[in-house]
Design a protein around this ligand. Structure first.
Ligand SMILES: C[S@@+](CC[C@H](N)C(=O)[O-])C[C@H]1O[C@@H](n2cnc3c(N)ncnc32)[C@H](O)[C@@H]1O
Length: 213
């Protein structure tokens, strides 16, 4: 991701409820310790500046939303959006999303997993740094409940096709189902900041939805 500066955060805003360091997460896994209630849980890996998490938490108050972002300044900024809007059903974690799936999330514990515009790591020798590894995709299908959803969008056709092949190979998720493109009604009416940036650049977006059967 282009490491752009993030806007400054109001110093009077308390982030303690909305920002957790990876090492502060409950072990064994206990979502009630984070959200103070039990509810269907959706996880977004690589939340960036947090537009999706903020809008999704507001649109679906009956679900809990956990975003995880490895770049601390983005995790902090995304948490500040949630804190500012007092969204009690959303928490940002500063840390590695792959580790969260590998170490903490139990089988069948998730309602949905979201990965939007993961870093493409264009050079072949860097591809192993990609988030959508076979191991992570196995973890995604293991942690989704039956009927749970995996959402994956990117503007990189090669990454999209490679991931579809990998999913068919290592998981039993059903898909991809196509996802319709919407016309934005205002300047921030996009799923994520990257969708906004890429669509304004005129690039095609590849969207997919999978279901655990
Ligand atoms: C290209 S940006 C897209 C951000 C956002 N999803 C969007 O669409 O605007 C990819 C993000 O994934 C984050 N990221 C990369 N690897 C990660 C990992 N292992 N765990 C959590 N976040 C990760 C990066 O720091 C970056 O913020």
């Amino acid at each position: 991701m282009g490491r752009r500066a993030v806007p400054s955060i109001d110093p009077s805003l308390s982030l303690s409820r909305h920002l957790k360091m990876y090492d502060e997460l409950p072990e064994p896994w206990d979502p009630v310790a984070l959200f103070e209630r039990q509810a269907p849980l959706e996880v977004e890996v690589g939340s960036g500046k947090g537009l999706f998490l903020q809008n999704a938490a507001r649109a679906t108050p009956e679900h809990n939303f956990l975003g995880i972002e490895v770049a601390h300044k983005y995790a902090r900024f995304a948490a500040s959006r949630l804190a500012k809007r007092q969204l009690a059903n959303a928490v940002m974690v500063s840390g590695d999303g792959l580790r969260l799936f590998r170490e903490l999330l139990p089988e069948g514990s998730l309602e949905a997993v979201h990965v939007y515009f993961p870093d493409p790591w264009w050079k072949k020798r860097h591809r192993k740094r990609r988030v959508l590894t076979p191991e992570f995709l196995i973890d995604v299908s293991r942690t989704l409940r039956v009927g749970g959803l995996f959402h994956f969008w990117t503007d990189v056709e090669e990454y999209f096709l490679t991931t579809l092949d990998l999913l068919a190979e290592v998981s039993s998720l059903r898909g991809p189902e196509p996802v319709e493109e919407k016309s934005p009604e205002h300047d921030l009416d996009y799923l994520t900041h990257f969708e906004r940036r890429k669509r304004k650049d005129g690039l095609p977006i590849y969207r997919s939805l999978f279901t655990r059967v």
